[in-house]
Design a protein around this ligand. Structure first.
Ligand code: ZN
Length: 385
C-alpha cells in the first residue's frame, strides 16, 4: 500500500493500551521470569548441598546396617531427600510470596499462613513422589541399562496423551448449540471454507471470555466461539482469531507439540542415565556411586532440573514458531490484518510487549505482542493495493 507505514500502524495499535499498564507489566514480567530462573538455579544448588551433607548416605547405611533393604532404603532416602529440599527451598518461596503480596490489591503476606498452607499442600504430593521414586529405583536395579527407556517411554507417552487426546477427541458438537445465523457465523464459515476445514457447523460456548477454538481430528474439526466473542468482537476479529486457530489445525501443531513434549520427557530420563556419571563427579559425590543408589538422588534431581530448564526453552521456542506460522495462516486465509492486530491487543494481559531478545528466547511461549502486531501490519503493507 503506497504510503502505508507498518511500523507506525503497529505503534498506533499498541498505543491503545494504557502506557502505565505497559510499564508495570514490563517490570512485573521481568521480575517473574528472572526470579523463576533464579529459583531453578537455587534448586540445583540445594541438590548439591543435600548431596554434600551426606545425610542420605548415612540414612541408607543405617537402614542397611545388617542386610540390604533396597526397597525401604530407596523409599526413605527419597522421602528424606524431598523433605530436606522442601524445607530448604521454603524461605525462597516465602520471599517470592512476600514480593507478590506488595502488588496493588494483593492480600497481605502472613508467614504462619504461608508455612501451614505450603507444607499442608505439599506433604501429600511429596509422599506420592517418594513412592514413585522407590518404584523407579526398583526399575533401575532390575534393568540398569534400559530403565530410562521404560520409564521415559511410559511418562513420555502419558505426557503426549495428556496434550494430544483432549484435542483430537474434541470433534463432535459435545452438547453445544450451533451458532445462530448472523454476521459472526458468516465470518467464521468464510474462514472455514477458505482454510478448507472439515467442519459444517460452528458452535457457541456460553462462557463470557473472548475466545474461540478449533479442535478435532484431520477428518472432523470442531469450531467453537464463545458468547463473549460473539457479543464483543467484530466480524474481522472473529475471522482473524478463527484463522489463527485454523492454522494450528491445518499444520497439526497440537500433535507436533505433544510429540515434542513426549520426546523431551523421554530425553530427560535418558539424560538422567547418560549424564549421571559426569554430574556425580562435578557435584563431588563419592567415587563409585551409581544411579541405582538412592543416596545419589540429589545427582539425579540436579540433572533432571537442568533438563527441565533446557526443555522449557526448546518447547517455548517451538511454540513461538508455530504461533508465528498460525498468524501467517490467519493473514493469508482470513485476510484481516487489522482484525488480527486488534484481537491480539485485546487479548494482551501482562507480558512485556517488547521484551529483550534473551528474555523472549528463555521465557516466552508466544511471540511478543509488538512483533505479532508488526507482522500483521507488514502483511497489510505488502498485500494491500
Ligand atoms: Zn496460537
Amino acid at each position: 500500500m503506497a504510503g502505508f507505514d507498518a511500523q507506525a500502524a503497529a505503534a498506533a495499535f499498541l498505543a491503545q493500551l494504557p502506557p502505565g499498564a505497559l510499564e508495570q507489566a514490563r517490570l512485573h514480567a521481568r521480575e517473574a521470569h528472572w526470579s523463576s530462573a533464579a529459583g531453578g538455579a537455587l534448586a540445583i544448588l540445594l541438590c548439591w548441598l543435600i548431596l554434600r551433607t551426606r545425610i542420605l548416605e548415612q540414612l541408607k547405611a543405617w537402614i542397611e546396617r545388617d542386610r540390604p533393604r533396597p526397597w525401604l532404603a530407596s523409599l526413605v532416602c527419597a522421602a528424606a531427600g524431598l523433605l530436606c529440599f522442601a524445607i530448604l527451598i521454603a524461605p525462597w518461596d516465602a520471599l517470592i510470596a512476600w514480593r507478590q503480596s506488595l502488588a496493588p490489591g494483593a492480600a497481605e503476606f502472613d508467614l504462619k499462613d504461608f508455612v501451614i498452607g505450603t507444607f499442608g499442600a505439599e506433604l501429600g504430593p511429596l509422599a506420592l513422589l517418594a513412592v514413585l521414586l522407590a518404584l523407579l529405583y526398583a526399575l533401575v536395579r532390575t534393568s540398569p541399562r534400559r530403565w530410562w527407556l521404560w520409564a521415559g517411554g511410559l511418562f513420555g507417552a502419558l505426557a503426549f496423551a495428556a496434550v494430544w487426546l483432549p484435542y483430537v477427541l474434541a470433534s463432535g458438537p459435545a452438547g453445544l448449540s450451533p451458532l445462530p445465523p448472523g454476521p459472526a457465523r458468516t465470518a467464521v464459515m468464510q474462514v472455514v471454507q477458505a482454510a478448507r476445514l472439515p467442519a459444517r457447523n460452528v458452535y457457541l460456548e456460553p462462557g463470557p471470555a473472548i475466545d474461540a477454538d478449533v479442535t478435532g481430528s484431520p477428518w472432523a474439526a470442531r469450531v467453537v466461539i464463545t458468547r463473549g466473542m460473539l457479543e464483543q468482537a467484530s466480524p474481522a476479529e472473529i475471522r482473524a482469531g478463527v484463522g489463527h486457530l485454523a492454522g494450528h489445525f491445518h499444520y497439526g501443531d497440537e500433535l507436533s507439540l505433544a510429540l515434542v513434549l513426549g520426546l523431551l520427557v523421554l530425553g530427560g530420563f535418558f539424560a538422567s542415565h547418560r549424564l549421571f556419571g559426569p554430574a556425580a563427579r562435578l557435584m563431588g559425590a563419592r567415587p563409585g556411586r551409581t544411579e541405582s543408589d538412592p543416596a545419589s538422588l540429589p545427582v539425579m534431581a540436579a540433572v533432571t532440573l537442568v533438563w527441565i530448564g533446557a526443555s522449557g526453552v526448546v518447547f517455548n521456542t517451538f511454540d513461538r514458531l508455530v504461533n508465528v506460522r498460525a498468524d501467517q495462516y490467519s493473514l493469508d486465509h482470513a485476510r484481516e490484518p487489522d482484525g488480527l492486530a486488534l484481537s491480539l491487543v485485546r487479548a494482551w494481559r501482562d507480558d512485556d510487549v517488547d521484551p529483550p531478545r534473551l528474555d523472549e528466547i528463555l521465557f516466552y511461549d508466544h511471540p511478543p505482542l509488538k512483533s505479532r502486531v508488526l507482522h500483521a501490519m507488514t502483511w497489510k503493507a505488502r498485500r494491500a493495493p
